[in-house]
Design a protein around this ligand. Sequence first.
Ligand code: ADP
Length: 291
Amino acid sequence: MDIQTKTDRKLQKEINELREELYFLKAIKDIDNHKRKQLEHELEIAKEKITTIGKIEKAQESDKLKSAFLSNISHEIRTPMNGILGFANLLKEPGLTGEQQQEYIRLLNESGERMLNLINDLVDISKIEAGLMAVEIVELDINEQIEYVYSSFKPEVEQKGLQFTFKTIISVKEAMLKTDRDKVITILTNLIKNAIKYTNLGAIEFGYTIVSSGTLEFFVKDTGIGIPKSRQEAIFERFFHSDIFNKKAYQGVGLGLSITKVYVEMLGGKIWVESEEGKGSIFYFSLPYVA
Ligand code: ADP
């Protein structure tokens, strides 16, 4: 009996201890659950706060971009307009030498071209926005287009003292592409114009390679000012001008690359950039190709 009681007591003690332990463990678990829920709630609130702040910052950024764009665009309209009117007036002056006349006419032309570029960009972006930009597929010899673009920019690049080369690889027979000619020319033109604009020393090279059986990869490479890493994505956005909040060191309203990106995507390709500040940039775009 004594032994029995002793064992019972021992057992009872053990059971009590276990119960306590269980109770303790349960309490910890409850605290854990409670704490977890509280933390989750706090996390949710923090996330919401971040999203709201993000939205406010985005709206502020977009407001800033819009006003910078408006001041930029009025500058871009006024400058060539003043050029056109100013040089036309100067041409009226009596007694100008032939050389002076030629110089004023050249500057008048330059202003007209700048104005036309802006108008073309604005018309294109409006068409894109309205969903009216269509793709006209034709069969075209890509090497011929590269040479055409090369000869149209050669004088301008050489006048700036830069080297200019192009690279084509596939043989004439294989170089037929089914794509939209005007868009391919505009894409190359926009990229080369930028390369010229943002390069003061060195060289510009463009062309393409075949990266896979179905894809041609085009490139436009320059040794210009380069683009900071933080802006390499944003430059493809509408109205983004990497120096938009600074002084107008370079002309332009930041439409060229966004139009270029839309065109590349319309033709089934992708566009991206690799760049290092102070060293230069390489813009790449791909186009589907059937041999
Ligand atoms: P824009 O030249 O009219 O400002 P783009 O859309 O063509 O507009 O280009 C957007 C921005 O990208 C430019 O303002 C410039 O800062 C940057 N950028 C484009 N191409 C180059 C380049 N080749 N080298 C350096 N910066 C470039």
